[in-house]
Design a protein around this ligand. Structure first.
Ligand SMILES: C[S@@+](CC[C@H](N)C(=O)[O-])C[C@H]1O[C@@H](n2cnc3c(N)ncnc32)[C@H](O)[C@@H]1O
Length: 219
């Protein structure tokens, strides 16, 4: 079996068509990005950005003058993200290869600044990424460290469907297993725990959980 890191590298060119985007996962990213506070001119950090499926939705909110910073540990996923930016003529996208659970926020801040961005971002999101990381709490702590005071934070991730949709649990578990996600990780609980002004939403029978909040100024 291909280990998780290898999976995203091997299947990077096919990720957009294989990931169940339109039937299922688009709904979560659309809701999260609408709830994320990111005024025009904002710098948004997308942790575990993958092929950049969030970018067009983000662009429409941060224009004009905003910046997207995408971090991913897979160089192959970043190749796809770079192609997406080039295809669309987006010159405001900074891509950095790094492991979100191991990075030094100071080092990443300097790398962002070296490419014309700011060390701290006005908005930070992770969509369908934290539940893949065994040590997602460290990735979350790094997200908070890279957030400007008062920044908006968003986690979109998966759990077992609830209510009538619980009938689809096996399907949801299979999708998470294939992608290497831990369906029981529930990383949005960190937003509820660490942020102010928390807002919650869900989609697809509760399978998709969305939380946004504001970075506490004393964090
Ligand atoms: C399921 S994909 C989601 C991609 C994108 N966020 C989206 O919504 O389509 C998960 C991504 O997280 C990345 N990833 C997994 N573990 C990571 C880590 N420790 N640090 C940075 N990126 C990681 C993978 O390489 C992959 O691109």
């Amino acid at each position: 079996m291909i280990p998780i890191a290898g999976k995203y590298s091997t299947f990077a060119p096919f990720y957009d068509v294989m990931s169940g985007e339109y039937p299922v996962y688009r709904a979560g990213r659309e809701t999260g990005i609408k709830m994320l506070r990111q005024p025009s001119g904002a710098q948004v950090l997308d942790v575990g950005c993958g092929t950049g499926l969030n970018f067009s939705l983000l662009q429409s909110q941060i224009a004009p003058g905003g910046t997207i910073v995408g971090i991913d540990r897979s160089p192959e996923m970043l190749v796809q993200a770079r192609r997406r930016a080039e295809r669309n003529g987006w010159t405001n996208v900074i891509l950095i290869q790094a492991d979100a659970t191991e990075l030094s926020p100071t080092d990443i801040g300097s790398r962002i600044a070296a490419q014309g961005g700011r060390a701290h971002s006005d908005a930070i999101l992770a969509t369908y990424a934290l539940s893949l990381m065994k040590d997602w709490e460290t990735a979350w702590a790094n997200m908070v460290s890279l957030a400007a005071p008062g920044a908006s934070l968003c986690v979109v991730d998966m759990q077992k469907p609830v209510g009538l949709s619980a009938a689809l649990t096996l399907l949801a578990k299979a999708a998470c297993w294939l992608g290497g996600s831990d369906i029981d990780a529930h990383p949005w609980t960190a937003v509820e725990r660490d942020c102010a002004d928390v807002k919650a939403a869900s989609a697809r029978g509760g399978h998709l959980q969305i939380r946004t909040g504001t970075r506490n100024t004393d964090a």
